[in-house]
Design a protein around this ligand. Structure first.
Ligand SMILES: [Zn+2]
Length: 134
């Protein structure tokens, strides 16, 4: 993909549509179009490929990742988007926080005894707290 690749369409209502749901009656969105928050298709909900995050967009996603207690498919997609556009240490820290909590969530979901993972949880939360103090 490059900056001449159409990755979706913008409607007159300000919505975004992916290439599968939109048509060329909308304003084309080119690869690399910038957003202040992740752009999802208004029809199917998919994350529109090829978008770029502004500084505000990166801050928005980083904040959502840090605040998340458990992973979701949407947050996973946002984490991948932020990983592609991480520009500051805070972005990397937010990703690390999210990935650590996601991993612990997975271990818990697998039914591992809480006693067995307590040291991991404690170490992870200490690291997350230290990262968030920066
Ligand atoms: Zn769509």
């Amino acid at each position: 993909m490059n900056s001449t690749t159409v990755v979706g369409y913008a409607t007159n209502d300000g919505d975004h549509l992916c290439c599968d749901c939109g048509d060329d009656t909308g304003e084309p969105l080119f690869c690399g179009f910038e957003v202040d928050s992740p752009a999802h298709c208004a029809e199917c909900g998919c994350l529109i490929e090829g978008q770029s995050l502004t500084t505000d967009g990166r801050d928005y996603v980083a904040g959502k990742l840090v605040d998340a207690d458990a992973p979701t498919p949407t947050l996973d997609a946002w984490a991948d988007l932020l990983a592609d556009h991480a520009a500051e240490e805070e972005d990397e820290d937010a990703l690390l926080c999210y990935r650590l909590r996601s991993a612990i969530h997975s271990v818990r979901s697998a039914g591992v005894a809480e006693d067995a993972i307590a040291p991991l949880v404690d170490a992870s939360e200490s690291l997350v707290a230290r990262l968030l103090e920066r």
